[in-house]
Every structure is written in C-alpha cells, then in structure tokens.
Design a protein around this ligand. Structure first.
Ligand SMILES: NC(=O)c1ccc[n+]([C@@H]2O[C@H](COP(=O)([O-])OP(=O)(O)OC[C@H]3O[C@@H](n4cnc5c(N)ncnc54)[C@H](O)[C@@H]3O)[C@@H](O)[C@H]2O)c1
Length: 352
C-alpha cells in the first residue's frame, strides 16, 4: 500500500520534541495541503526553552506552508485527551514519537516510562482502533538490542533481554503494536533509531552534554579508551527515513484462516557505518573550534580523560540497515563531519 500524504491529516506526537519538530518542519515543506498536528506535553525532562524554540520555528514555517499546522498540548496518558483529539481531527497517518527517552533517567524515574511509553502508547493504539488510521508509525530504539555483541544489529535478532526499563518499554511497544495489527488490522511500523544527533538536539545526549562541559572549560570522560563504535545518525537522515516509511504502510492481507495477517513491521534506522568514539569526539572538538564555541588555541588532549569500560557497556553497536534500503531505497549517509558542523554552528548561534 502506498500512502500519499498530500491533503491528509497527519498527527505527530512528541513534536516539538527533537525528532518530532524536525519531522513536522519537513512535512510543512513537502505536503501540498492537509493538516499536521503536533501533540506534546512540553514536559521538563530537559530545558523546555528548546521545545519552545522549535515550536516557534514550526509556527514560522507554517505561515508559508500549503499544509495547516495545529499544536495541541496534552498528555498521551490522558485517554480522554487522546480520544478527543482523534475524534475531532480523524488523523489518517499517526507518527508516535512522544515518549520518555533516556536510559539513565529510568533508574530514578521509572513512573515516567510506564506512564508515557506504556500507558501513553496503549492509548494511541486504542485510539487507532476506534478511529481507524491508514498507518501508525512509532519510535522504538536501538536499545532493544540490549547487551548483544552480535553486530550488525538485525531486526531478525532475538531481543528479549532489555538491560534498562527504557528498552523494556520500547520492546513492549513493538509487541503491543503487533497485537493491535493482528487483532484490528491496523498497519503499524516501528522504527529502531540509532543515536540521533543534530542542531537543537537533546541536551541529555553525549555530544550535547560533552559540548556544554567543554564550553565551560571542563574535561569529558571517554570510556573504553574511546574504542567504542556507535552508529550516529544525523537528524535529517532520520527524518528522511520516517517520511519514506510513513508513505509505505504494510499491506493489509487476509490469511487462510480468514483472519488478518498482522500488517506490522519493524526497521532499524542507522547508517551501518559505526564511528569510533574517539574519532567522533575529535571531530566534535574540531568543529566546536571552527564554529567559535572553543578557542582557536584549544588544547584537545587536556580536556579528555580516557578511562576503562563501564559495566554494561557494549563495545560495538550498529544497525543492519539492509531491510530499510530494500523496502524504501534509503540508507542514512550524512557523515559526522557534516552533522557535527551543523550542530556546532547551531550551538554557537544559540548559546553564544
Ligand atoms: N534521539 C535519539 O537518539 C533516539 C534514539 C532512539 C529512540 N528515540 C525515540 O524517538 C522518539 C523521539 O525522541 P527525541 O530524541 O525527539 O526525544 P524528545 O525528548 O526531544 O521528544 C519527546 C517528546 O515527547 C514529549 N512527551 C513525553 N512524554 C509525553 C506524554 N506522556 N504525552 C505527550 N508528550 C510527551 C516530550 O515533551 C518531548 O517533547 C522517542 O520515542 C525516543 O524514545 C530517540
């Protein structure tokens, strides 16, 4: 099935979160008519000023766009609010990005994960059941691969051993979505994102918090002596991937038993080109100097401390992005030099 977005009503939860806001900005550029709804609680997990900044950018972009934009502030865990929204707006395509993100935060704030990621996602599924949609796309995470050492990470791998509550909620989302796809024939696609970064990103993530530490003259700690490899995915690549996937809902088909064959799929979105952490930090520092965040005579060696592996750390993680390439003709390709340059320039402009 092909879903053409023009003239449609598209709901993006978790906008103006980082990924959501960038997706909405792209939709405002691409869609010829229709309506885009951003739904977000604007919680204070990180500085809400960044969310207001992104929302202001969306509002500005909406002025010149052919599609209409509506922002609704609300909580996914509030079933009445979610049902009211679906009843009023009848979205045809839903992209659920709202969630409590972050692995470390789940140690002290487990309630937030159950509320947003389990109850909130359940409300979205129920709303999609009662107000039928053409496609539900939802954020999963590379963290579902847990401590797996088999690389690249493939969606064919067994992922039954989450090592954080966050990962457990994301894997649960995939299971819940499968059951709703099977029971109610709702086309669902889950996307496992691999470390997304870019301008106006999330301050709780390494590249952002490291930049803040370095800008304040501090020293950053690099584990396993920098010999970790990660798939870092630039935000524009993530948005391109979501946009393509949104338009390619799994087909509704009936099995021999007369029941739906669950129209449910899961993809990785990562470049499949892992970067060495030490190299990533070196490029980040160079770009921060070039953007004027760090002084020209900045002493790189003096501001990084190389230490051993942390318990639970996995040395190499990256995506098998073959299925995304096969089904949507797309693999993320923006490199860390270009991506970190855009981040460093934004950081300089925003924080001065
Ligand atoms: N950024 C990454 O590297 C990454 C990696 C893997 C998965 N993901 C997933 O992608 C999605 C988007 O991530 P992001 O980086 O943009 O995070 P983000 O924190 O910037 O955006 C999430 C948004 O959801 C909102 N939200 C949280 N709980 C809510 C609730 N109960 N009701 C309404 N709104 C709520 C927050 O206010 C926030 O604006 C999340 O589901 C996240 O788990 C992100």
């Amino acid at each position: 099935m092909h879903v053409d977005l023009n003239g449609k009503t598209v709901l993006v939860t978790g906008s103006p979160g980082f990924i959501g806001a960038n997706l909405v900005l792209r939709l405002l550029r691409e869609m010829k008519g229709g309506k885009i709804i951003s739904f977000d609680s604007l919680n204070d997990y990180y500085d809400p000023a960044l969310k207001r900044e992104r929302l202001a950018e969306i509002t500005e972009a909406a002025r010149g766009a052919e599609a209409e934009h509506l922002f609704v502030q609300g909580n996914l865990a509030d079933k009445e609010a979610v049902f009211g929204l679906f009843e009023r707006e009848r979205p045809q395509v839903v992209v659920n990005l709202a969630a409590q993100a972050g692995v470390r935060y789940s140690i002290d704030h487990p309630d937030a994960y159950i509320e947003s990621n389990i109850l909130g996602f359940y409300n979205i599924l129920e709303a999609c059941r009662h107000f039928p949609v053409e496609h539900l796309v939802y954020a999963s995470s590379s963290s579902v691969y847990g401590g797996s050492r088999k690389v690249p990470f493939s969606t064919e791998d067994r992922v039954d051993s989450p090592v954080s509550l966050y990962a457990a909620t994301k894997k649960s989302n995939e299971l819940l979505a499968y059951s709703y796809a099977k029971l109610y024939d709702i086309p669902c696609t889950g996307l496992r994102f691999f470390t997304v970064y870019g301008p106006c990103g999330r301050p709780d993530m390494f590249y952002f918090s490291a930049t803040k530490t370095l800008a304040e003259g501090g020293t950053i700690r690099i584990f396993n002596y920098g010999n970790c490899k990660r798939d870092f995915t630039y935000i524009d690549d993530i948005v391109e991937g979501i946009l393509r996937v949104m338009q390619g809902a799994p087909e509704r088909r009936t099995g021999e038993d007369g029941l739906p064959i669950a129209p449910s799929r899961v993809y990785n979105i990562g470049g499949g080109h892992p970067e060495n952490l030490l190299e990533f930090v070196a490029v980040l520092q160079e770009e921060l100097v070039a953007a004027g965040v760090l002084p020209a005579d900045y002493d790189f060696e003096a501001h990084r401390e190389l230490t051993g592996m942390q318990p639970g750390d996995v040395p190499v993680t990256y995506a098998d992005s073959g299925p995304l390439e096969r089904d949507f003709g797309f693999t993320p390709s923006i490199g860390i030099r270009e991506g970190l340059r855009a981040f460093a320039r934004w950081y300089k402009a925003y924080y001065g």
